[in-house]
Design a protein around this ligand. Structure first.
Ligand code: HSE
Length: 308
């Protein structure tokens, strides 16, 4: 029976001011997922490597939940055996659950002979996010499916826009190895916003989008400010401000929390500056005693990809 192996990328969501509405994938890290069609109509997760905390039970596993819904909507034309090699640490803030959800939606669609459009795949992938964190946010799964810099202009109805952005925009990702669950990081946010904070935030979102489209680096830099989630969530990230200062002092256009954290991301013009910022963040963190991973990547133009 047919086998499909895919790569599902990590994603940076929120991108400072765009809580739940902006995101992009990176070239690495990512997950490798293998999908094998079976004649019996069962869905089984047969192997998971790289993450002990992810359940094998189909109904509690993101890949299981997403694939079951897609296959049931198509009268279970076949069953599946799924293997998951996690390159993205769960609870890292770089779209670990989003990669599993988007990777599954993409792969099952290929096995269904591309019945669905990218836009139609997003709600299926959002089911996976819902099962993991209790919310249907799309700012990891949409960038992982579409590739590029993504704006979710509206959730109801879903309106997804692929933004143009400068070619030489690079991202540094710094992942302190502490776990933050998206559910917890959402629970601590205030549920209402003061008007003056809202004015700042939507001004910055408009500024960031305009800066990307016009390739105006100063405008991108001025707009990378988050007055909604960062003030609260940064308290969960050990020495967050050390990392942010190191990035900004070494040429980052802006720096913020990746998704719900603890990963911190910075955007830079050019790879050289991105490497410099990575080294500065590593140096700033050395004395904390907390282990970390650090990456430099271009904003990936591709989302989920077929390996074989
Ligand atoms: N926008 C979501 C949040 C992303 O910040 O809660 C979670 O990965």
């Amino acid at each position: 029976m047919e086998t499909l192996k895919i790569f599902a990328p990590a994603t940076v969501s929120n991108v400072t001011c765009g809580f739940d509405i902006l995101g992009f994938p990176v070239e690495a890290p990512g997950d490798i997922m293998t999908f094998r069609k079976t004649e019996n109509k069962e869905i089984r997760i047969t192997r998971i490597s790289g993450a002990d905390s992810i359940p094998l039970e189909t109904n509690r596993n993101i890949a299981g939940v997403v694939s079951r819904k897609m296959l049931e909507d198509n009268n279970m034309p076949f069953g599946l055996e799924i293997e998951l090699d996690k390159g993205i640490v769960p609870g890292s803030g770089i779209g670990s659950s989003g990669a599993s959800a988007a990777g599954t939606a993409f792969a099952v669609n290929v096995l269904l002979k591309k019945k669905y459009t990218e836009k139609e795949l997003v709600p299926y992938a959002m089911l996976g996010e819902m099962s993991a964190s209790g919310t249907r946010h799309a700012d990891n799964v949409a960038p992982a499916i579409y590739g590029g810099f993504i704006l979710i202009r509206s959730y109801d109805p879903l309106d997804i826009i692929r933004l143009d952005y400068p070619d030489d925009l690079y991202c540094t990702l710094f992942h302190p190895l502490v776990e933050i669950k998206t559910r917890d990081a959402r629970d601590i946010l205030k549920k209402t916003l003061a008007l003056d904070a809202a004015i700042k935030q939507w001004g910055n979102v408009a500024g960031l989008v305009t800066g990307l489209l016009k390739k105006d680096y100063d405008l991108i830099a001025r707009s990378m400010e988050d007055v909604v989630a960062e003030p609260v969530r940064s308290l969960l990230i050990p020495d967050y401000h050390k990392l942010k200062n190191a990035a900004l002092e070494n040429g980052a256009l802006g720096c913020g929390i990746s998704g719900s954290g603890p990963s911190v991301f910075a955007l830079m013009r050019g790879e050289k500056t991105a490497e410099k910022v990575k080294n500065a963040m590593v140096k700033a963190y050395r004395d904390t005693g907390i282990d970390f991973n650090a990456y430099v990547s271009k904003i990936a133009t591709d989302g989920v990809k077929i390996i074989s």
